[in-house]
Design a protein around this ligand. Structure first.
Ligand SMILES: NC(=O)c1ccc[n+]([C@@H]2O[C@H](COP(=O)([O-])OP(=O)(O)OC[C@H]3O[C@@H](n4cnc5c(N)ncnc54)[C@H](OP(=O)(O)O)[C@@H]3O)[C@@H](O)[C@H]2O)c1
Length: 315
């Protein structure tokens, strides 16, 4: 797909993270001017020289206001942070002040009316209390004066790479019922379309792979990719330990709490969700089987796997 190239930069929050880095990659592929908002500029030294770097944190509203100067549109992903609601408030209110259009990716209850969304948030909040601030901040963005496009991705395929060691030993331990899963590269591609294409209307878009994937199917895809057996062996204490090994602080805790529920879910993506994803991508979404095959090929070639450079090993 090609779009009119904006002359003003697009601001990307979370550019060093799993989703923001894919948004930057996709925007650059479209030849769009990009500005990243980062806490540590050394983490983006690998980006092309034409990427503008604005240094600051989401706690600092003046830094946000400076970073938004002359910006065409902005991408926001909410960090795993105890103050994530306040950080989102800082960002969205500065976008409103600057008249910047916002594309958000994260957890959101997408009922049609405020009342239905309140009910969804209440129910979701009972099942996953740590999602309450995430759902409230997403509602704040959806109802803001930013013409927000809300992207609602399922569980990232790339989460599997936290258990690369266990996969290589023939086990997939993360608990997964039937859930909507999506490739982070597709989230980046969909966000780039929403940021660049003025015909994409504000609203809610679920992002999913082409089919629901459960733990058995996930293990089978890794087995096919590796060419050796991989069994699905869900184990909460092992999952907790794996996530604590891969991540720290709030991110590890959030993921541990989420995987306590994912094993019990029976929520395949709806046909509407698949259509919404295909609309934004202009093609079918990447499948988990293809993702597993490409990732194993990358491991074998000794190059970083998609989106998780720190998790490479000999296969
Ligand atoms: N994991 C899943 O399967 C899944 C599925 C759907 C939705 N989600 C949601 O996706 C979100 C996480 O996205 P992600 O995986 O891309 O996160 P991530 O990889 O942890 O990246 C977080 C980014 O935010 C930046 N950041 C953190 N605190 C900041 C601050 N105070 N000021 C400025 N920048 C800050 C980090 O920068 P540094 O490099 O400086 O730390 C990093 O670039 C969460 O809200 C989660 O609920 C996750």
């Amino acid at each position: 797909m090609s779009f009119p190239r904006p002359t003003q930069p697009i601001l990307v929050i979370g550019a060093t993270g799993s989703i923001g880095s894919q948004v930057v990659r996709a925007l650059l592929e479209h030849g769009a001017p990009v500005r990243v908002f980062v806490r540590s500029p050394q983490k983006v030294e690998h980006l092309p020289l034409n990427v503008e770097v604005a240094v600051g944190t989401l706690e600092d509203r003046e830094a946000i206001a400076r970073a938004l100067r002359g910006v065409h549109a902005a991408f926001y992903v909410s960090p795993h942070d105890a103050a994530e609601e306040q950080l989102a408030e800082n960002f969205v209110s500065e976008c409103e002040r600057a008249g910047v259009r916002l594309v958000f990716s994260g957890v959101y209850a997408d009922g049609r009316t405020r009342f239905v969304r309140w009910l969804q948030r209440t129910l979701f909040g009972v099942m996953l209390p740590h999602y309450r601030p995430k759902l409230r901040l997403a509602e704040r963005i959806r109802t803001s004066r930013t013409g927000a496009v809300m992207l609602i991705p399922g569980n990232y395929f790339q989460m599997d790479e936290v258990c690369q060691e266990e996969l290589l030993a023939g086990r997939y331990p993360l608990p997964l019922g039937v859930v909507s899963r999506v490739d982070t590269r597709d989230v980046g591609d969909a966000a780039a379309r929403a940021l660049l294409d003025p015909t994409v209307p504000p609203g809610d878009y679920t992002l999913t792979g082409p089919a629901g994937v459960d733990g058995e199917a996930t293990a089978a895809h890794w087995a096919a990719a590796l060419g050796r057996p991989v069994i699905y062996a869900p184990d909460i204490p092992e999952t907790d330990a794996i996530l604590a090994r891969a991540y720290s602080g709030r991110k590890a805790l959030d993921c541990q709490k989420t995987y306590r529920l994912t094993g019990r879910l029976k929520m395949p993506p709806s046909p509407a969700a698949i259509r919404q994803t295909e609309y934004l991508l202009g093609r079918a979404a990447r499948s988990h089987a293809d993702y597993a095959r490409e990732t194993v090929a990358a491991w074998r070639a000794g190059v970083p796997a998609p989106a998780t450079p720190e998790l490479t090993a000999t296969v």
